[in-house]
Design a protein around this ligand. Structure first.
Ligand code: GTP
Ligand code: MG
Length: 424
């Protein structure tokens, strides 16, 4: 990240509410969006993410058997970063209050002593908080892979480390300049020279800090962003809604859980991982809504799509895969089929439930053509065993809830078995 500008732009983009998007409204019935338009939308939106935390859970253990429990939840333990302006003013105030060592009768000596001590104090007051930050912000290599992916997809590869590197470089420069000027002051031959050296040293330290202070403010923004990310407890069974953009994932999250993600008739309404909770028989489960997946190679996917894949890769979720066979969503059933096959194969070990959404639109849908191969059957019925749901007409909702409850029950049993295995 080249300095503060990139970081602050990034963080600013972050919160562009999707309601400001140029097309579509929730009331419009039809929006067949061609892939070209979807790409244009993406370009317009940038690849910024909006990670909203609707509900926080206690942090807990990790499914990855090689990881330690406390590895999840690192973002909630980040040190509080003070704005650079506050660090500077507090350091200057404290340094000014430093008095010479008692009992020095000689005026020149006393002034030398005072000057050197004040410069030393200013240097330390500026450098110590920076050391605390660089030592306590986690090294991405030791984070849980989910949190590590969040950092990478959020700030871009290497940018988190780059901000920390700039803070550390500032700390080192402050120490070097502070020591040099304190030493010059201590060597002054007169009271006047000591005063001049002190004033010169204070000015120089302030200059150095002013020059590098953006690094501290960037780190403050990084910390704010990371703390606001959703906390997922991998010990609690989690349902992850996956599917192409605009197929009705968020609508299903709204009826299944406490999560209230935005629902709109355009792709990539959901721009981050959203957490909700679902209670069955006094048992609490997590639900994550994710950004939609388009038919394309991994390298061509945007960071929103990669975020969805990171959840599936690194968290022990059961999948609720949503298919819109009406084509209303803007992605053709065939393209959904191709993406589905890829994701299903890639995450074959996940517990899984397929849902065909918007079934109120299916009867007269042009996608209802008879073809007898796998893709043809998919276009008519969705994957084998898929249940049909319409939020609009309230069809299949009870069955969906029952099947989700069963799925999460199985996920719970699986998590318990894995825990027992790890413990024994
Ligand atoms: N006719 C009909 N429309 C539905 C149904 N469920 C959802 N929709 C509409 O489909 C559109 C997209 O719904 P969302 O829930 O935002 O879809 P999404 O998959 O979360 O979309 P992204 O977050 O953009 O990926 C909205 O206009 C919904 O009102 C349904 O059962 N029937
Ligand atoms: Mg959504």
């Amino acid at each position: 990240m080249s300095g503060s500008i990139r970081a602050s732009n990034l963080l600013h983009q972050w919160w562009i509410p999707s309601t400001k998007l140029p097309i579509g409204t929730g009331r419009r019935r039809s929006s067949r969006l061609p892939i070209g338009l979807i790409s244009a939308l993406e370009a317009r939106l940038g690849l910024s993410l909006c990670l909203c935390q609707q509900l926080q859970t206690a942090t807990g253990a990790v499914i990855d058997k090689s990881s330690k429990h406390e590895m999840v939840g690192a973002f909630q333990k980040l040190p509080m970063v003070m704005p650079s302006i506050d660090i500077l003013s507090s350091a200057q105030r404290k340094a000014r209050n430093v008095t010479p060592t008692k009992g020095i009768a000689n005026i020149a000596k006393r002034e030398r002593n005072r000057g050197a001590k004040q410069l030393d104090a200013l240097m330390k007051e500026l450098a110590v908080p920076l050391r605390v930050y660089t030592e306590n912000f986690p090294n991405k290599r030791y984070l849980h892979p989910y949190e590590s992916s969040l950092i990478e997809l959020t700030f871009g590869e290497g940018n988190y480390e780059e901000v920390l590197g700039r803070v550390d470089a500032l700390r080192k420069r402050l120490i070097s300049v502070g020591k040099q000027h304190a030493s010059l002051c201590a060597k002054s031959s007169s009271k006047r020279e000591a005063e001049e050296q002190l004033s010169e040293g204070l000015k120089k330290l302030e200059e150095v800090f002013q020059l590098g202070k953006n690094a501290v403010d960037d780190l403050l923004n990084v910390a704010k962003t990371l703390r606001a990310m959703p906390v997922v407890d991998p010990q609690i069974p989690t349902l992850c809604l996956v599917g192409a953009p605009n197929v009705g994932k968020s609508s299903l999250v709204r009826i299944l859980s406490t999560g209230k993600p935005e629902v709109c008739n355009y792709p990539f309404t959901t721009r981050g991982i959203l957490m909700g909770h679902i209670i069955f028989n006094y048992e609490r489960f997590q639900v994550t809504d994710t950004p939609g997946l388009l038919r394309r190679r991994y390298d061509d996917r945007n960071n929103l799509e990669k975020l969805t894949l990171a959840v599936l890769s690194h968290l022990p979720t059961a999948v609720l895969y949503v298919h819109d066979l009406s084509g209303e969503c803007g992605t053709s059933p065939y393209d959904q089929f191709i993406t589905y096959k890829e994701i299903r194969e890639r995450f074959e070990d996940h517990l899984w439930l397929d849902v065909v959404s918007k079934c109120d639109l299916l009867e007269d849908s042009p996608a209802n053509i008879l073809e007898d191969d796998v893709a043809g059957r998919y276009k008519r019925f969705g994957p084998d065993g898929a249940i049909r749901v319409s939020i609009k007409n309230e069809v299949g909702v009870d069955e969906l809830k029952n099947r989700v409850q069963d799925l999460l029950g199985s996920q719970m049993a699986r998590l318990r078995a894995e825990k027992t295995q790890v413990e024994s």
